[in-house]
Design a protein around this ligand. Sequence first.
Ligand code: DQA
Length: 144
Amino acid sequence: AKILLLHGPNLNLLGTREPDTYGHATLADIVSDLAAIAQGSGHELHSFQSNAEHALIERIHAARDDGSAFILINPAAFTHTSIALRDALLAVALPFIELHLSNVHAREPFRRHSYFSDIAVGVICGFGADSYRLALHAAMRRLS
Ligand code: DQA
């Protein structure tokens, strides 16, 4: 199946961005690792990163018609702010997993609230780049 991997703002800087919090892997490292895992299990991974809310919303809208079966999303800071992204996911009604590199519950209080968790299939956070692998495995199990 086609799985869409979405990355919110500042995740293009992974590898150099606050490495103590987010690790040393770049976004390209994470995406190529996941694409290989997905392909090895007969799935197709499509990845999209944007720092712009509207671009992420439009990519989610496109997922409704491009055959995407499942979304993995790290909304980054939009996690805590974006009713519009939440509404886009509700509109396309595709199942999704919310994921984060860091444990958002162990950080500043404003990171504890998410506009996505209550409508997600599940939430994975705190495992660094492994959060992505865990989310992909969970998605593939649901798709099989
Ligand atoms: C993040 C956590 C968010 O609070 C933060 O704004 C990010 C990254 C994570 O993956 O740990 O940009 O989503």
